[in-house]
Design a protein around this ligand. Structure first.
Ligand SMILES: [Zn+2]
Ligand SMILES: [Zn+2]
Length: 242
C-alpha cells in the first residue's frame, strides 16, 4: 500500500505525507516548510512520523527542519541540503543519490538529483514493502530520469511556458523574471514530456505540486495532464489547514 497526502504546496510552504506498507504502515513526511505551530495542528501525530525527507534548503521546504530534529524526528536529506540548513551531523541521516535507505517496515527511500538554484537538491522515490512506487519531485525545472512501474507520481507543475510568454507580452512580467522561473521550476510542458517518458501502466494518481498563483492555472493543468495520460490528476492546494 502506498498513499500520498498534501497539506501545503507552493512558495508559501510545502508539506506532504506518504503512507507506505499494508501490514505495518509507516508515515513519511516530505518537506517541513511550515512553522512548527502549524505542523503540530495537522491531523496526525508527530510521533507517528517515521522519517521526514527534505528536498532542499529553501524555507518553503525546510522551515522547521531544526525543530523537527529536536522533536526526535528522523530527518533525511543530502549532505549539501543539511549543510545549507545548518544541521549538525547528529541531526540528520545523509542520503546519497541512488543509495536506498530502509525504514523499519522494509519501505525504502531513494534520492535522485534534481535541478534547482540550491546546494544539492533531491527528488525521492519511496518504495513500499509491497514494491509500490511513489516518485516525488519538486522545485526542479527538468527531470533526468524515466521511472518504471510508477504507482503515484507527485511532481511540481509550477507554470506553463504559454502563460509566462503571454504575461511577458502583456507587460505583466519582466522577461528576466520569467527566464529565472523557467530555469528553477517545472513547466506544464516539461511535466507532460516527463510523464510521457515514464512507464505509467499501473499509475493510479498524479499529483501536481507547487503551482504558482500568477503563472499557473489549476483547471488547465489538470485537464491537460489528464487528457494526455488518462490518469486521475490532483492539483495540490496551497494550504489544507483548517
Ligand atoms: Zn519551493
Ligand atoms: Zn526552492
Amino acid at each position: 500500500m502506498i498513499d500520498f497526502a498534501s497539506y501545503a504546496s507552493g512558495s508559501s510552504g510545502n508539506l506532504y505525507v506518504v503512507t507506505a506498507g499494508a501490514e505495518h504502515p509507516v508515515k513519511i513526511m516530505i518537506e517541513c516548510g511550515l512553522p512548527m505551530s502549524d505542523i503540530t495542528r495537522l491531523p496526525f501525530r508527530l510521533s507517528d512520523i517515521s522519517a521526514c525527507l527534505v528536498s532542499h534548503e529553501h524555507k518553503d521546504h525546510s522551515k522547521s527542519a531544526r525543530q523537527m530534529a529536536m522533536h526526535g524526528i528522523e530527518m533525511y536529506m543530502t549532505d549539501g541540503t543539511a549543510k545549507a540548513i545548518g544541521l549538525k551531523a547528529s541531526e540528520y541521516h545523509g542520503l546519497g543519490f541512488y543509495c536506498p535507505a530502509f525504514l523499519e517496515n522494509g519501505a525504502s527511500i531513494i534520492a535522485f538529483p534534481t535541478h534547482h538554484d540550491s546546494a544539492e537538491p533531491a527528488g525521492f522515490m519511496v518504495i513500499s514493502p509491497e514494491s509500490e512506487v511513489l516518485v516525488f519531485a519538486i522545485d526542479t525545472y527538468y527531470m533526468d530520469f524515466a521511472f518504471k512501474r510508477v504507482d503515484i507520481a507527485a511532481v511540481e507543475c509550477n507554470h506553463s511556458y504559454e502563460i509566462l510568454k503571454k504575461r511577458v507580452a502583456d507587460g505583466e512580467l519582466d522577461k528576466s523574471v520569467a527566464d529565472r522561473v523557467a530555469h528553477s521550476h517545472m513547466a506544464l510542458e516539461n511535466v507532460v514530456g516527463w510523464l510521457d517518458s515514464c512507464d505509467l501502466w499501473k499509475c493510479r494518481e498524479i499529483w501536481l505540486l507547487h503551482m504558482s498563483d500568477d503563472n499557473g492555472d489549476a483547471r488547465v493543468f489538470a485537464d491537460t495532464v489528464m487528457s494526455k495520460t488518462g490518469i486521475p490528476v490532483h492539483v495540490a492546494e496551497r494550504r489544507c489547514l483548517k
